[in-house]
Design a protein around this ligand. Sequence first.
Ligand code: BG6
Length: 483
Amino acid sequence: MVSRTIPVDPFDLIIIGGTGDLARRKILPALFRRFVAGQMGKGSQVIGAARTEMDTPAYRQMVSDAIAEFGGPEKKDKANLKKFLATVCYITLDARGTAGWEELGETVHSENIRAFYFSVGPGLFGDLAKRLHKYGMSDDRCRIVVEKPFGHDLASARELNAVLAKHFDESQIYRIDHYLGKETVQNLMAVRFGNMLFEPLWNSQYVDHIQITVSESVGVGGRGGYYDKSGAMRDMMQNHLMQLFCLIAMEPPAKFDPDSVRDEKLKVIRALDPLAPENIVRGQYEATETKPSYRKQVGNRDSTTESFVALKANISNWRWAGTPFYLRTGKRLRERASEIAVVFKDAPHSIFGEDAGRHRNILTIKLQPNEGIVLGVTIKEPGPGGMRLIDVPLDMTFAEALGPEQAGFPDAYERLIMDVIRGNQTLFMRGDEVEAAWAWTDPIIAAFGEQDPPLPYATGSSGPDEALALIHRDGRAWREIKA
Ligand code: BG6
């Protein structure tokens, strides 16, 4: 099976914050890989812009180094690297002043799609939007891309939406949540809405509960300053996990188009019950012999910020009333393993007697690593013995099912940046969606102040024991965190 690459229209991608970490690790390598794949249309250019004084040759060197470090297998393609670098230039730009803006206006090709990637703190969004407008670059060929965190609560998200809305239409604003660009996340929609098999069972009559786990083995690393002000609730739950949650719980949209999909996601968030304090557990990782504790790593010995959160959410609508959703995410857990598990109910009556044991169908959507979808099916254990049942996986692990050419999935950023150029907002968050997500999480976060501090948990564990108790008390268990 060979994947098709359809070149996009020629574009200018302007990375504001072009010397930053995100540009080096994600945006530039993603663009290079799309270039190698032949998707970057002829006449396209990549413009790095930042406050740092630098000329184009020096920037090209920086881009080349970033690709050498983060470029994946394509980085060995020196011929394409040379051609790609020829499309790259650099402009020193002052987001709050006048320096560089005229030069930027002269450098962009007026006939190209123009995507401005705001890879800078949200404090600069207003200044940038104003200047793009003032220097005549905000017309309808222009799109802006903004990263999470989109605000730190409802009020700040509203403010950001208002600042951007002054100069841009919602159809020009692309709020990135890179989880939506992950291959399996899109496949989740294909499996749900492309097959007759699952949708009739996708409700509280057949589904016992749903678990979403995004587990990371790394700690906060060098991002302590940012992370200690955010915590797992703001950094992961309010966006990545809630987006997964919406896709799994939403009603079938009438079409796979931006507003149909986003309307349905929004309805899920709005149907969420407020979270009771007994339905959330927070944790903070402890030190090991070789690795520092969370508090040490963020340089705040009294920190009460959580590096782990587990919660039980309920949706009050016809489809899901009575089916709980258990969500958890954390750093320094036992493995990097993320999945969504749809746990179906027991068969109403077991004709095989007690010895056959309890068997349940579980549909597991594995996000990373080893992306794929596995359906656990109960069959007879082979052999002449009695009627014993076992569970076997119907494995749709993509790398095996689709063959080697498909195994190297594009990074989420490759997909998402190309969608920006194509003008497809389906996998981006709409302003009202982000606000609704904050409206649900704000009271939860506000209540942290009155609650006990996060519970300590060991590095390499599954989080604090109380998180296990959160689900055990309902007679259920978390699935093992396993890659
Ligand atoms: C980011 C968070 O949005 O997602 C990080 O800020 C987290 O804290 C990262 O590590 C996880 O992304 P991925 O794609 O590695 O699962």
